[in-house]
Design a protein around this ligand. Sequence first.
Ligand SMILES: Cc1ncc(COP(=O)(O)O)c(C=O)c1O
Length: 467
Amino acid sequence: MVGDLPIRLDPGIRNLTTRVHAALRAAIIDGLLAANQALPSSRALAEQIGINRNAVVAAYEQLQGDGLIVARQGAGTFVAAPLPVSPSQNAASAGRDHAAAPRRAFALGHTETDPGLLRDLSRATSRAIITATPEKLAYGDPRGSAALRREVAAFLAASRGIRCDPACVMIVAGTQSGLRLCMETLLAPGDRVWIEDPGYYAARATLEAIGLQVEPVGVDQEGLIIPDHGDGAPAKAVYVTPSHQFPTGVTMSMRRRVALLDWARKANAWIFEDDYDSEFRYAGPPLTALAGLGSERVIYSGTFTKTLFPSLRLAYLVLPAAIMDRVIAARASHDRFPPRFMQDAVAELMAKGLLARHIRRTKAQYRKARDTVAQALGAAAGAALDIIVPTQGLHMLAYLPEGSDPRMAAAIRHDAAVETRLVSETSMKAQGREGFILGISGHPLDELRDAATRLGRTAARHGAGER
Ligand SMILES: Cc1ncc(COP(=O)(O)O)c(C=O)c1O
């Protein structure tokens, strides 16, 4: 505060006029000084701050030039009304609402990042910038960094059974971005698209946002239950997570995979395969992706959100040859590609084997996290929760026992004060078993253990499973 004014002068700003201008400007834009509010005279403010009056006069003149304050003859100086900008209180509160879930045990969307890897990434980024050729500073190929596309193609061939040319790989700013790009390019508003139910809420939001008619399709022990398309228009696309269905964790059976590919071929429909966490497989060899079985109708999507971290905003698509040109053209009129040097830096991590090493290490950590949660939850809950220990991925499920009142789940979550999504919160129509979706990655083991114990004890206290 300066006198009665809610302003903060930044001593780091050496020029006094700029210092006063910046402080008043921020207070007005942040809504701390309201429209029409009177400001002290330049003399009074200069005295309060203890600076030369000329500096304040000059700052007031600049603010008048900005349209943020007005001088009224004989009356004084006031904050302008209406303001040329809207106070940012709304923006600030909207920002809070949109932030990711806090990093508390079981929150989804967090990963383990070791400082050594971040240093490697930082060095690789600086190197990419410093050694940039004029071509790399220009617009470039809408598919993204050639180096990263090469690395991704080699990685997919080795680990996911996908034979693809780097020319078919497109780097995108996250799975949602890739999904939106493809669906906007290939489908028209009002077209029908199937999604798994329960399923990935963010994919559903993306599809709805572009005006598609989203049809929830059930999931059983073999994965998505392919509907007989008797009623209405046939679907033009399907969004699936066949390797590790989100959130149930089911792996799509080979029989279903073949049937889904067959459906897509006959219906001339597109399959969007979201292969979001297959790098983290705890038992047995990695499964071949759907795109590895038949690629002409499958758009494959993988992400660095789980292998590195979400704020990187890097993911990749493998596009069928038939749609390549259309998607590239759409991309060129969109964001073109994610920041180039981050892509090149990740390519360097991959080429040096540093990403593979990081995945090996974090996989071991996540396996330990999974076992810790399963043990603590089981010990505390007894028969009150049905815990599914996953063979893949960064989340696990704890269901209420068959026959329990599903409304109990929200009460248990509240009383246990844990950060968990319920299965029903990922459902559109599905009325299957209610349960807790527990994120196990990026949280310290002791926090996971405590939260699991709290959740398990609370479930037992609520008598889940007792009829
Ligand atoms: C099912 C599923 N797909 C994809 C992602 C990753 O999305 P993105 O690449 O946009 O960060 C997640 C992240 O939590 C997910 O749960």
